[in-house]
Design a protein around this ligand. Structure first.
Ligand SMILES: Nc1nc2c(c(=O)[nH]1)N[C@H]1C(S)=C(S)[C@@H](COP(=O)(O)O)O[C@H]1N2
Ligand SMILES: [Mo]
Length: 367
């Protein structure tokens, strides 16, 4: 990674960096981070490493049987960064959340060891993205009515694990989602994209697992037939008991979740009221309700939603808590979205530990 990863903001996991939730709140009553996470504090998920790409020489190449004239890869329709900037731009507040966010809780709360990056809940961030709608670029490239899948490919190094070379990171996206709200983003929080987050251009696929949002995108195949890559076959499907042998359907939308802007084991003074802050989100609908329990899940009280809930972003909430007695306590938050989905007590097991959406106990020490 290129950017510094101060220990106050990040937990390192080899090629990845998890955001500390307490980094959204510097001090009890100190400066707070707004709805969008500053680029310097945004989590990073790299399969390999951050490539440095010269924006002046960068080209986006579109080809395939779903474009007029079915251009072969060698005869791709090309766009430079200036070409994309000349197309109508869109600004969109949206989350990027890793499909494995919360994975460590499969072990910590449910006793199942699963492989992969052991994220707590910090494999997520929200930013304000600016770019051009993928739909706009596909149409400019000659999209036909026969297109069914698009395959954006990253310019980072091939992903090699256990002696297998899976090739560059790439994941097919159904044409319906591509035309609905996917964005080819060149700005993050009103600044040009930085190398770690996909400069010069990345895809942002609102509501879907983070891997759909391909960084450093260099080409997009547009096909009139279904496309496959390891990222929609070997990875990012539900595997294990209760799932088909080849895995469930490729993962798409994220599940409803919530988190406290607090360190694990944070120390809070007894006998005074603390305004606890947190955020809640869902990949399918705006958040409707957040409840908090400070007694191990026996009783729940609604938190205050501090801003209007939106579908693609998280909602900040707060909750006043006056702990009476010193000692260890467990806080819990539970979100419900407008589609009626609520965080369950247990997340459905799957071998790779995807989509952990269950309620999490957050330990604090009252002093
Ligand atoms: N080219 C490329 N795109 C990628 C990845 C990658 O390793 N290479 N990681 C994906 C995954 S798994 C996630 S969760 C998000 C993370 O985005 P961020 O690093 O900007 O937070 O990028 C996605 N896009
Ligand atoms: Mo991810």
């Amino acid at each position: 990674m290129v950017k510094p990863l101060p220990a106050a903001w990040f937990v390192p996991h080899d090629t990845n960096a998890e955001m500390r939730w307490e980094a959204l709140r510097d001090a009890d009553d100190g400066p707070v981070v707004g709805r969008h996470v500053p680029v310097e504090r945004f989590f990073v998920r790299n399969h390999t490493g951050t490539p440095l790409i010269d924006p002046d020489r960068w080209r986006l190449r579109l080809f395939g049987t779903g474009l007029r004239g079915a251009p072969a890869p060698g005869r791709a329709v090309e766009f430079g960064l200036d070409d994309l900037r000349a197309l109508p731009s869109t600004r969109l507040g949206a989350l990027i959340e890793c499909a494995g966010n919360g994975r460590s809780f499969f072990h910590r709360r449910q006793g199942h060891r699963v492989p992969g990056t052991p994220w707590a809940l910090g494999g997520i961030g929200s930013a304000l993205w600016r770019g051009v709608r993928l739909a706009e670029v596909l149409r400019a490239a000659g999209l036909t009515g026969g297109a069914v899948d698009v395959l954006p490919t990253g310019l980072d190094a091939d992903y090699v694990v256990g002696g297998t070379n899976y090739g560059p990171v790439r994941r097919p996206l159904p044409i319906a989602k591509a035309l609905d709200d996917a964005l080819l983003a060149y700005e993050m929080n009103d600044e040009p994209l930085t190398p770690d987050h996909g400069a010069p251009v990345r895809l942002v696929v609102p509501g879907w697992v983070g891997v759909a949002s391909i960084k450093w995108v260099g080409s997009i195949e547009v096909a009139d037939h279904p496309l496959y890559s390891p990222w929609n076959t070997d990875f990012y499907r539900m595997f294990g008991p209760g799932h088909p042998p080849a895995g469930g359907a490729p993962l798409t939308a994220q599940v409803v979740k919530s988190a406290f802007e607090l360190a694990e084991g944070a120390r809070l003074e007894a006998g005074r009221t603390h305004r606890l802050h947190g955020r809640a989100w869902s990949g399918t609908a705006p958040v409707r309700l957040v409840e908090v329990s400070a007694d191990g899940g026996r009783s729940w009280r609604p938190a205050r939603l501090d801003e209007p809930a939106r579908a693609d972003d998280w909602t900040r909430w707060s909750f006043d808590w006056r702990p009476a007695r010193p000692g260890r306590h467990e806080l819990r938050a539970r979100a419900t979205d407008r589609g009626g989905a609520t965080q369950p007590e247990r997340a459905p097991f799957n071998r790779e530990g995807y989509l952990f959406g269950a309620v999490v106990a957050h330990p604090v020490t009252v002093v």
